[in-house]
Design a protein around this ligand. Structure first.
Ligand code: ATP
Ligand code: MG
Length: 209
């Protein structure tokens, strides 16, 4: 059977990593061919790119530099990991993918959205997820969770307006791609959210269970 590509998106603290792992654990019980990965940093070289992106620096870090680093990470990820796994019939779950770049660098950092979309296409060789779960929460809640969990990293030091643009961006993407992107209310308990995600997964992709 051909592979299946699932992604998780949302603002910081939304619960992407928690839910990606929950879905992974659930699927793994029924199907050994499941892989969990993330962006940035899904490959060896990508881990180095992730470090560059998330380490605070006194230097100017232009949005375009961010964009190119994220896309470079993505090319490495798609070519070395995602595509080979899909070809072997795996369900691949990625914690962040193309929508994060469009939301952050496009909607929040104001780089031309058409340019971001084009680079996303180029970087992925047009590989679009079969389904994307957008976990949506208010900005204040996301930042509160992150603050409680750990200190802010470079991106998280940004002001609240930035995160609001980000959230709106994700929601616009979901509106534009209703068939692919499912919006999930991230304010419910982790258990309720994962039960909902599993239900949606089962209803769309029964044959993978
Ligand atoms: N549904 C939830 N309700 C309350 N707290 C939650 C919920 N889901 C996750 N959390 C907590 O919020 C914090 C952030 O969760 P998680 O790391 O899954 O978010 P994330 O979207 O991956 O964040 P980041 O963008 O920083 O990677 C964690 O401390 C986690 O335990
Ligand atoms: Mg995370």
């Amino acid at each position: 059977m051909k592979g299946l590509f699932v992604t998780f998106e949302g603002i910081e603290g939304a619960g992407k990593s928690t839910q990606a792992k929950e879905l992974y654990n659930y699927l793994k019980e029924q199907n050994p061919k499941v892989a969990l990965t993330r962006e940035p940093g899904g490959t060896d070289t990508g881990k180095k790119i992730r470090e560059i992106l998330l380490t605070p620096t006194e230097e100017v870090f232009p949005s375009l530099a961010e964009l190119f680093l994220y896309e470079a990470d993505r090319v490495l990820h798609v070519e070395n990991k995602i595509k080979p796994l899909l070809e072997k019939g795996y369900i691949v779950i990625s914690d962040r993918y193309i929508d994060s770049t469009l939301a952050y660098q496009g909607y929040a950092r104001n780089i031309d959205k058409e340019v971001v979309k084009y680079l996303n296409k180029l970087a992925t060789d047009n590989l679009t997820p079969d389904i994307t779960f957008l976990i949506d929460i208010p900005v204040e809640e996301g930042l509160k969770r992150i603050r409680e969990e750990r200190g802010f990293d470079r991106i998280e030091q940004e002001d609240i307006d930035f995160h609001k643009k980000l959230r709106e961006g994700f929601l616009k993407i979901a509106q534009e791609e209703k068939n692919r992107v499912v919006v999930i209310d991230g304010l419910n308990s982790p258990q309720e959210i994962s039960a909902k995600i599993i239900k949606i997964f089962e209803s769309r992709f029964k044959e993978y269970l």
